[in-house]
Design a protein around this ligand. Structure first.
Ligand SMILES: Cc1cc2nc3c(=O)[nH]c(=O)nc-3n(C[C@H](O)[C@H](O)[C@H](O)COP(=O)(O)OP(=O)(O)OC[C@H]3O[C@@H](n4cnc5c(N)ncnc54)[C@H](O)[C@@H]3O)c2cc1C
Length: 453
């Protein structure tokens, strides 16, 4: 930090950090405060880039003495609120990870992204329950629940969290696991950073040496038949199969690749632990003929590349729900609604198959979708020059359409801006979480996150 920057620091203790601090007076502030979804305008008091544990401790102390809060956001895919009156902490300096194949565990720093971890596992026959995006961090994903292609046999990502190193609001830094601190582990498995700042995670590695997967594309007109066929196959699909079906209606936007620009289509992405878990596809091919099929042996890195998740921040909106079931009326209602001209802002609608071991989580966790059948994600990108209102109206319309089919809880990593953990847990679980947070952070030094105080 330059002398000029130090003199501008709003909180005197932050001036002593070894890492960088940016305040609204700095030119870099706008770039550094920005989350991944650029529609969210977060304006923290300062953005701190601690260079290690001592800096993190100093930030907590500075916040405590100034009566402000600390919000941790490694890369901001899950940003939710304005962060006014908070110090925003970026954890990029916690950038180490280690794979111990014998002990089946990865030890991962709080600033590491999934990309390098899954690349390091490529060819080992071991996998880790990452999500679809390479640029999301294990810290944000695992502490928010995390759902992936592997979840029907590996559980939510949070289930793979074996232990964590956590800096508590009082400055204590310690390793916690289910034996030493079951309450903290339960909260870390889904409720995010409400009880402390995680510096390192210990995450299970799983054996999957012969995965098979890929994507099948279908004409948009076959959408109802494909959705029905996948729905029917889900009833007794093997737990080793992960499947996402998407209905896509791409705008005629110049920044899109030619082969999808202005086109509507349906895709089925599948990832199976082994070839035999793919039998579901036989029934599907009888229901509709794929226009394109790319299936074969695949690794986790290959699957992430195939998902083509955007890696650069952009503005946009979305919403997600867990569904208890998917009756014919819901499928037909959706496709009729989607065909209307005013619903064009809804570019993508995805259904991810739940069930399998998700119904019987092994480790105690705040996040669960036990008993739910599907999780949805709706995507309304904000293209340059387009007003946001039609997109918001489309999302509201879709929410109303799905309401009769909702399951009890959604995965916290699927919450949108401003949404709270109320959508993710029962009243007793929320009460337990509040009690754990009150005990861990009695002075409210950590930002309230998705559990308003
Ligand atoms: C393109 C894209 C694809 C996605 N795909 C999936 C998917 O397949 N499955 C899925 O489940 N989710 C998915 N998500 C959602 C994503 O997993 C969550 O938003 C996740 O929380 C974001 O991680 P992040 O690294 O950006 O964390 P941030 O958004 O930076 O942080 C999110 C929260 O995590 C907690 N946190 C992060 N680091 C720490 C720490 N060191 N200590 C304490 N708390 C911490 C805090 O509560 C923080 O508010 C996707 C999001 C995007 C934008």
């Amino acid at each position: 930090m330059t002398t000029e920057q130090r003199s501008r620091a709003p909180l005197p203790f932050l001036a002593s950090l070894a890492g960088r601090v940016t305040t609204p007076a700095d030119a870099a502030y706008d770039a550094e405060r920005a989350p991944w979804n650029l529609s969210i305008d977060q304006r923290p008091l300062a953005v701190a880039h601690p260079d290690g544990l001592d800096d993190l401790r100093a930030i907590l102390a500075a916040a405590r003495s100034a009566g402000v809060t600390v919000a941790v956001q490694p890369s901001g895919h899950g940003a939710s609120s304005a962060l006014e009156g908070s110090i925003l902490v970026r954890t990029a300096a916690f950038d180490r990870f280690d794979i111990d194949a014998d002990a089946r565990v990865a030890t991962i720093g709080a600033g590491v992204q999934w990309g390098p971890v899954i690349d390091a596992l490529d060819g080992t026959g071991l996998v880790i329950p990452s999500g679809t995006s390479r640029v999301v961090t294990p810290a944000g994903y695992l502490t928010g629940g995390g759902h992936s292609w592997l979840s029907r046999w590996a559980g939510l990502g949070a289930q793979s969290l074996r232990a964590a190193w956590i800096l508590r609001p009082d400055g204590t830094h310690e390793r916690v696991d289910d034996a030493s601190d079951p309450d903290t582990m339960w909260a870390l498995r889904g409720a995010g950073g409400l009880v402390g700042i995680v510096t390192q995670l210990e995450v299970d590695l799983l054996e999957a040496p012969s995965m098979v997967g890929g994507v099948l594309s279908f004409d948009a007109a076959d959408g109802p038949a494909v959705f029905r066929a996948v729905r029917d196959a889900a009833v007794d699909a093997p737990e080793g199969l992960g499947a996402f079906i998407s209905s896509m209606r791409m705008p005629d936007a110049p920044m899109l690749p030619e082969h999808i620009r202005g086109r509507s289509f349906v895709t089925l992405e599948v990832l199976a632990r082994s070839e035999s878990d793919l039998e579901l596809l036989d029934g599907l091919r009888a229901a509709a003929t794929p226009t394109e099929e790319r299936l074969g042996p695949i690794t986790q890195a290959g699957m992430a590349a195939m998902s083509m998740e955007p890696e650069e921040p952009s503005p946009g909106g979305g919403s997600s729900h867990a569904l208890a079931g998917l009756p014919d009326a819901a499928i037909d209602g959706f496709f009729e609604w989607r065909s209307r001209e005013e619903q064009r802002p809804l570019v993508g609608f995805t259904l991810r198959m739940l069930g399998g071991v998700l119904d019987e989580p092994e480790r105690p966790a705040f996040a669960t979708v036990a008993g739910a059948a599907w999780i949805t994600h709706s995507l309304v990108p904000q293209f340059p020059g387009m007003p946001p209102e039609p997109g918001l109206a489309a999302l509201a319309g879709l929410d109303a359409l799905l309401r009769p089919h909702l399951a009890e809880r959604v995965v916290p990593t699927f919450l949108g801006p401003g949404e709270t953990l109320d959508r993710c847990a029962s009243a007793p679980d929320l009460a337990r979480l509040r009690a754990i947070r009150d005990a861990a952070d009695p002075d409210g030094v950590l930002h309230e996150g998705r559990l308003p105080r």
